[in-house]
Design a protein around this ligand. Structure first.
Ligand SMILES: [Zn+2]
Length: 279
């Protein structure tokens, strides 16, 4: 059973020069729930803020215990039909740029190139003391060695790789420090709440949006300004905006077309039906 593709959406996408702005809703079909969207319930604990993380050794230990468990699920997540369709549309020359608010690396895993990870990626960690970046996989090996006896019951995972875990389940978790300077101020290379997206990365995104013929928002409620500002910029420049999201978004009033549909199916159809309108 396939809903008819919205003709306005199809026309806009198939005209080319599309800049994609994706959010957690695109990854729900890969088994990573969106804690803001209709498919996910709200997280029980507040997300870690940058200030809390750097300010407390206990906060870091708790974060890493939860993140250690969450990584098992994020690392095993596979791109879904929506990610594959976006990569196909890019390969076909329709999509000119991809900005994602997701930190799961699934666009790239589907074969997309030049993806701008607005909030960074969970595949790297950064030491706030010496500045060294390392792979999350290498850090995970060290965490595994230090935590062979650590078992805990995970109730749910959040899109940032954080899991819901009772505080009393944290007993026994052994954190590891930076592999180079041993500092315990080591953080996933993602933008935390209370932290700004690096200016250069924001400017790269503005340049992509401004060079595009349209902006296609996929699976984001645009709750945070870090994504909404690009929709506002497009609107200010008269660049048409299409939003595909289950549920309302903060950009709805700026959208030329708004569609509520499961992303995997809709994007697959957009990719399959693509006929170039210009060479
Ligand atoms: Zn270090």
């Amino acid at each position: 059973m396939t809903a008819a593709l919205d003709p306005q959406l199809r026309e806009l996408v198939h005209a080319g020069g599309v800049v994609v702005l994706s959010g957690a809703g695109l990854s729900t079909e890969s088994g990573i729930p969106d804690y803001r969207g209709p498919s996910g319930s709200l997280r029980r604990h507040a997300p870690m803020t940058y200030q809390a993380f750097v300010g407390s050794e206990q906060a870091r230990r708790r974060y890493w215990a939860r993140s250690y468990l969450g990584w098992r699920q994020i690392a095993h997540a596979r791109p879904n039909a929506g990610h594959h369709a976006v990569a196909e549309l890019q390969e076909g020359g329709v999509v000119g740029g991809i900005i994602t608010q997701n930190v799961d690396g699934l666009h790239q895993a589907a074969g997309a190139s030049g993806v701008v990870e607005l909030h960074g990626g969970l595949d790297l960690v950064v030491c706030l003391t010496c500045g060294i970046r390392d792979t999350r996989a290498r850090m995970d090996e060290r965490l595994n060695e230090a935590n062979v006896d650590f078992v805990a019951h995970v109730s749910r995972i959040n899109p940032d790789g954080d899991v819901e875990l009772a505080d009393d389940e944290l007993d026994g978790f052994v954190p590891v420090g930076c592999a180079y300077c041993t500092s315990d101020l080591i953080k996933p290379d993602v933008v935390f709440f209370g932290e700004n997206v690096p200016r250069g990365r924001v400017d790269t995104c503005y340049a992509l949006v401004e060079a595009g013929r349209s902006l296609l928002v996929l699976g984001s409620s645009l709750t945070v300004m870090s994504g909404l500002r690009f929709v506002r910029r497009a609107a200010a420049l008269g660049i048409p905006i299409a939003i595909v999201n289950l549920g309302p978004t903060r950009g709805d009033e700026l959208a030329t077309v708004k569609v509520e549909a499961p992303l995997g199916e809709l994007l697959s159809e957009l990719a399959a039906n693509y006929l170039p309108t210009s060479a």
